[in-house]
Design a protein. Structure first.
Length: 277
């Protein structure tokens, strides 16, 4: 009996060894598979980042189908010119795929001046990205008229572009209505979600039959309605109260130019695109 039991156990030994060898091999394969998965995820992340980088100043196929078109391709100033000018001004350059206003250090008194896209728009959605230098200030105008002898801001509402942490405009005005994303000097952006200087902010401006919406970094921050009694009251209590063309933004045809402000600071704009509604 003892001898038979011993023989049986000896015969089972190869089977046991094979079983444990399979477990060890399986663990090794699982480890290798996990390593492969990690490498794949790393490559996938890199591919995604490259794809996102490649989308700067480009339209997706879906955007093209939906009627979007670029106002700036990252390489040329085609379509842009100085406000009340026939040419594109010095003081603005293309840098790393962005339209950059070069700071003069003299505020609105220096530099190349404001620029506009050479087409008037009525109902539209404008989308772009901006970033400012330390203490930077600029703005995005819409429904602007070209009036000889007058600056662009006498006829055009402005979405504020600002380094909220450093520029004194953030502390002026009323209830933060000069901070980033605000309807300048009229309505504060709420919530105030601007990114710090040196970081890109994504914004959009929708104008549709007098209704205007400012969006900043994925959130609606301003909504108002042009040419209404509320609009007239709001302007009446502001520094724009005596500016007839501002009150009647867009003029008789209720359309105008898109403009970018030179306020004497380094500011960058890219991914500028528009969809007419």
């Amino acid at each position: 009996m003892i001898l038979s039991e011993l023989n049986r156990r000896i015969n089972l030994l190869p089977v046991i060894l094979i079983f444990f060898a399979g477990i060890v091999t399986g663990c090794g394969e699982q480890k290798d598979k996990s390593a492969d998965d990690d490498q794949y995820e790393t490559r996938a992340e890199a591919t995604t980042e490259n794809a996102e980088e490649a989308k700067i100043n480009e339209l997706s196929e879906k955007e093209k189908e939906d009627g979007w078109y670029l106002l700036f391709d990252g390489e040329s100033t085609e379509g842009w010119r100085g406000y009340n000018k026939d040419t594109f001004p010095n003081g603005w350059v293309i840098e790393d795929g962005a339209l950059k206003v070069q700071g003069s250090g003299a505020g609105e008194a220096g530099g190349g001046g404001d620029i506009i896209y050479d087409k008037e728009f009525k109902d539209f959605e404008l989308s772009l990205e901006w970033k400012v230098s330390e203490g930077g200030n600029s703005g995005i105008f819409y429904l602007a008229e070209e009036i000889e002898g007058e600056p662009i801001y006498t006829s055009a509402p402005e979405m504020q572009v600002l380094d909220n942490e450093r520029h004194p405009d953030a502390k002026l005005g009323k209830d933060g209505n000069r901070k980033s994303g605000s309807l300048y000097d009229l309505m504060p952006a709420e919530p105030q979600n601007a990114k710090p200087m040196g970081e890109w902010n994504q914004v959009s401006i929708i104008v549709y039959r007098g209704t205007v919406v400012h969006t900043q970094n994925g959130e609606n921050v301003v909504e108002y309605h042009l040419w209404t009694d509320d609009w007239k009251e709001m302007v009446k209590d502001s520094k724009f109260k005596d500016w007839k063309n501002f009150l009647n933004a867009g003029g008789d045809n209720k359309k105008g130019f898109i403009g970018l402000q030179d306020h004497g600071d380094d500011v960058w704009f890219r991914n500028i695109k528009i969809k007419e509604l």
